[in-house]
Ligand binder design. Structure first.
Ligand SMILES: [Zn+2]
Length: 133
C-alpha cells in the first residue's frame, strides 16, 4: 500500500468507466489533471486522449492531444498528475508492458479493467497500490 492517497471524483470515475465501454474492444486512455501534494494527489479532471496505437493490449497517448491537455493544465496552474487507461478484457492489474512503461513515469496510473478501477504507481521499480478516496 502506498503512503499517498488519490482523490478523484465520482464524475471522473464514471467518465473513465464510460470510456472503457465506449472503446471496446480497444484500450482507451487519457490524462489526469490536478494537484500533486505531498501525501495527497488530487485529480481535478480526467481528460480523454486518443489512443494512437488503438490496440486491445496497449495504448499510446496521441502526442497532439497530450500536449493540448498539458498546455491547458499549465494555463490553469495545474499539473499532469497521472494517466488512465482501460483493460477491456482483462483485470486492472498493470500488464508487463504497463510496468515497463511505468518505469519512465512518476505519476499515478489509474487502470479500469473487468474487475473494477484501481490506482497504482511505480516506486523504486515496484508497483504500489494507491488508495482512491
Ligand atoms: Zn494496461
Amino acid at each position: 500500500m502506498s503512503d499517498i492517497e488519490l482523490h478523484i471524483s465520482k464524475n471522473d470515475i464514471t467518465l473513465i468507466l464510460d470510456e472503457l465501454e465506449a472503446n471496446r474492444p480497444f484500450e482507451a486512455c487519457g490524462v489526469l489533471v490536478g494537484i500533486e501534494g505531498r501525501d495527497i494527489v488530487t485529480v481535478k479532471q480526467a481528460v480523454p486522449v486518443k489512443n494512437s496505437k488503438r490496440t486491445e493490449r496497449s495504448f499510446e497517448l496521441d502526442p497532439t492531444g497530450f500536449y493540448k491537455v498539458w498546455g491547458d493544465a499549465e494555463k490553469e496552474g495545474l499539473d499532469i498528475v497521472g494517466v488512465y487507461h482501460t483493460h477491456p478484457s482483462s483485470p486492472s492489474k498493470p500488464s508487463d508492458w504497463d510496468k515497463k512503461t511505468m518505469q519512465d513515469t512518476s505519476g499515478i496510473w489509474v487502470i479500469a479493467g473487468i474487475d473494477g478501477i484501481f490506482a497504482y504507481r511505480m516506486v523504486k521499480g515496484m508497483v504500489e497500490f494507491v488508495e482512491m478516496v
